[in-house]
Design a protein around this ligand. Structure first.
Ligand code: DP6
Length: 325
């Protein structure tokens, strides 16, 4: 059977950085994110008895099967669904990969939903989120709709994403400034291995539950300014842990830093905008919808910004009818 799914990437307001179980991808802490309407992966999967090996094509490029995270993920789905057939997988992103825009979140969420449907088995949203998490942790947050909390859990069964609010809950936007100065040199999975070497990591963990509660409260009350202040500080805290790990991880480029400084300047001039970043140079700027046009025109004039992608809160991964092959 053949099935196709589309899934959004997501931006984390409370970040996932550190695993307490590497194989199962159980995070050290719970996290919270918003699905992004403008950054999506679309994936078609077909299982068929005629295929003698898995065939994987991502963004027009054939992927090696040896050591492939996609093949490992297909194996998980095959095992859950009780099937043995090999698969053909074709996937496309509508945005650059490996520059900090979380293509593994959208990619593994779309792969999970498409493969589960193609395997002909019924999975609940929770089952799909648990499966997606094992492909890439942040992918579990791209399964449910809108604003999503990833419950950290102590077992595989208790670690998954749940929707806190639907996508129309809050009229905010995530405006991405694509700096695009090359791909990141250390993958997220690799970078996370060093987290416990940072002397600041225990400090972060000791405060994170309280911070997560606070962000949830501000999101529920739709109080944009304190919300923005908190999520910007959270991004900087995660990067402080990265910078002080051994080896030190510095994901920013001069372009990232220029945009960060501009955001602070624009805020001082009265525009309520706040940044957050992940493991790459591209930068997410959060604002209320009424501020998007002003922000876009400022970014259009900013040095080194190659592209601007405006995202609204979006629904989670779902099946669509248009197959890629
Ligand atoms: C910095 O989900 O890409 O974007 O589980 O190893 O695939 P793996 O990691 P991944 O990590 C995302 C980390 C982050 C923060 C976040 O999205 O919460």
């Amino acid at each position: 059977m053949k099935a196709t799914a589309i899934a959004p990437s997501n931006v984390a307001f409370i970040k996932y950085w550190g695993k307490k179980d590497v194989t199962l991808r159980l995070p050290e802490n719970g996290s919270l994110s918003m699905n992004l309407s403008g950054l999506t992966s679309t994936t078609t999967v077909e299982f068929h008895a005629d295929y003698w090996e898995d065939f994987i094509e991502i963004n027009g490029v054939r992927e090696e099967n040896k050591g492939s995270r996609v093949v490992l993920h297909l194996d998980r789905v095959r095992e859950s669904a009780g099937i043995k057939e090999k698969a053909k997988v074709v996937s496309v992103n509508n945005f650059p990969s490996d520059t900090g825009l979380s293509s593994s979140a959208s990619g593994f969420a779309a792969l999970t939903v498409a493969a589960a449907a193609a395997a002909g088995s019924t999975f609940t949203e929770k089952d799909l989120s648990i499966l997606a998490r094992q492909g890439s942790g942040s992918a579990c947050r791209s399964i449910p709709d809108g604003f999503v909390e990833w419950l950290d859990g102590v077992t595989s069964e208790t670690s998954y994403g749940v929707s806190l609010h639907p996508s129309n809950w809050w009229d905010i936007a995530d405006v991405v400034a694509v700096v695009n100065e090359g791909k990141k040199s250390v993958s997220t999975t690799k970078g996370m291995e060093f987290v416990t070497t940072s002397p600041f990591f225990p400090v972060r963990l000791a405060r994170i539950k309280e911070k997560l509660m606070k962000v949830k409260e501000l999101l529920a009350q739709k109080r944009f300014v304190p919300f923005g202040e908190l999520i910007e500080a959270e991004a900087l805290e995660m990067h402080a842990v990265m910078l002080t790990s051994t080896p030190s991880l510095m994901y920013w480029t001069p372009g990232t830093l220029r945009v960060m400084k501009s955001v602070k300047k624009w805020r001082d001039e009265g525009m309520p905008v706040y940044f957050t970043m992940n493991t790459g140079q591209d930068i997410h700027i959060l604002c209320e919808s009424k501020t998007v046009d002003e922000l876009k025109s400022k970014l259009a004039d900013a040095d080194g910004v190659r592209d601007i992608i405006v995202n609204k809160p979006a629904r989670g991964a779902h099946l669509i009818q248009d197959h890629l092959f």
